[in-house]
Design a protein around this ligand. Sequence first.
Ligand code: PMP
Length: 290
Amino acid sequence: MTLIPYDDRDGHIWLDGQLVPWRDAKVHVLSHGLHYGSGVFEGIRCYGGKSFKLREHAQRLIDGCAFMDMKLPYTVEEIIAACETVVKANNIVDGYLRPNAWRGPEQMGIAAQQTKIHMAVAAWAWPSYFPAEMRENGIKIMTTRWRRPPANAAPTHVKASGLYMICTLAKHEADANGCQDALMLDYRGRVAELCSANLFFVKNGELHTPDPDCFLNGITRQTVIELAKAEGIKVIERAIMPEELTEMDECFATGTAAEVTAIGQIDGRTYKVGPVTRLLREKYETLVRC
Ligand code: PMP
């Protein structure tokens, strides 16, 4: 697959309050965010020109920055306006938005109180995270050796750039083993999530999902829980151990990029794409385009 580099595209990116030509949206090599991972980002999908759960994503970006001691100089309304401007300026119909906040180069070293907090929003057409056929029939995943750290060892509920280093390592491990994603256990050995999506299991018609006490409680996860409850499906949030996975009837992943993606295989064990997965996938696909 030939990739078009992300710095060499046509269009406009919102950077620190204004739209700039795509190729001019640059940062300095001594930016704190680049050296120390001091960044927070968002991923938002846009359907038919309308960004899904935009307010929730904007609020999560602000809350995440606040947790990281980064005072983002924008309000929810301003972030929403920036995202809408970018969608319009780039004529995005079905696409993905990437707001990103990071510490600048004003101060070098671990301490970063003097750095400026920068923000950018880019958007591009991005139809599906996994090929459509895989989303339909189920992706293949494997358990990675990388584990989610406890909440007192990392800002685990923030979409913090630095946390994604283990996700990249896990994803590379999955790729090298012919899988599309990796299942990460947490530091206690409980089932946690994928590299950038939450996990759900169906057992006897009920939905089981790990408690998000050391990983992101995804906006898609919360949406799918609401959809399931509206359909009268019982949702159980609890600790799930890897040994239990053999007893599950169906499983799927949720995320802004992944949407509702069926999982067809975990560590070589197969799962059918069953009625609950299909129903929730359909409900989600309808909701995002409302
Ligand atoms: N976990 C991780 C690590 C993620 O990166 C994502 C994607 N943002 C999710 C879960 C799912 O979150 P959401 O549904 O809010 O996109």
